[in-house]
Ligand binder design. Sequence first.
Ligand SMILES: [Ca+2]
Length: 326
Amino acid sequence: MYNMAAPKCVLVSFALILICEISSSERNTRDFLKREHTLVKPYQATSTNNPTWDFIGSTILTSNYIRLTSDHQSRQGAIWNSVPCRVRNWELHVQFNVHGSGKNLFGDGFAIWYTKHRLQLGPVFGSMDYFVGLAIFLDTYSNHNGPHNHQHPYVSAMINNGSLHYDHDRDGTHTALEGCEAQFRNKPHDTFIAIRYHGTTLKVSLDIDGKNSWKECFTAHGVYLPQGYFFGASAATGDLADNHDIISMKLYEIDSPGDTAQEYYGLPKAENVEPPREHVDDHRNTVSGWKIFFVIILVLLGIGVCGVVGYVIFMKSQENSRKRLY
Ligand SMILES: [Ca+2]
């Protein structure tokens, strides 16, 4: 009996190992790469290789890179995926190259987007302000001399429900979720950024040292992003310029069998945003809050007075009618 069972066990476990190995090798290859959200060479807009991507503004395509802006002033360019992303947990890998002739003066940087709206040029690294979704900024130029607690270039994230303004003059410091310094410009080797969104955790990592390994930039918890938004990348130059090149954008689905997270349908939000620091608008908001309070008190008093006056008039008219009756 035992002699018969033993080879079966070996066979079964051998088959299991085979299945496990096949599925784990699949995980790391193109099965989990979402083709419709991926942009790789060759880039010809007319070719079937990139039918799901649109290019606008100063963007030019070559055989080796997509140039959002060239090293010239006042440019805006962007690329946008035309397929909304239904993947709940994902990781986006972007190979980029920011380079130019400027030694000390260069800018402004570029942004990677996961937003509700797409294909709208604007003032936020070449894309629209008051956006709805997630932005990752790779800001190469410090716009103000205020009390920055970090150097540039600076990588940061911003979550917006459409109500927040990106304050370019202050490098968006009042609306940044998290960030890190990163010297990614004018590198002789390939440079990459990874944006991972799993559950409600957003993690941004960089591979910019030519060591072929990811280094964490930051991790933020309590980040809520709905499905169905679009991936994109945009860049802008102003008085200062740089070449902002995208080499590839690859989206990986990272759902695992144990994931039971509920789908989120609300507006983008981040639970752990630092309270804004020394911002004039906040002061104004508290003042307007008090104003509203006083207005409500005045309205209530007004209603009270009207009520009393009305009651008195009513009683008098009742008295008069009674007098007339008798
Ligand atoms: Ca800046």
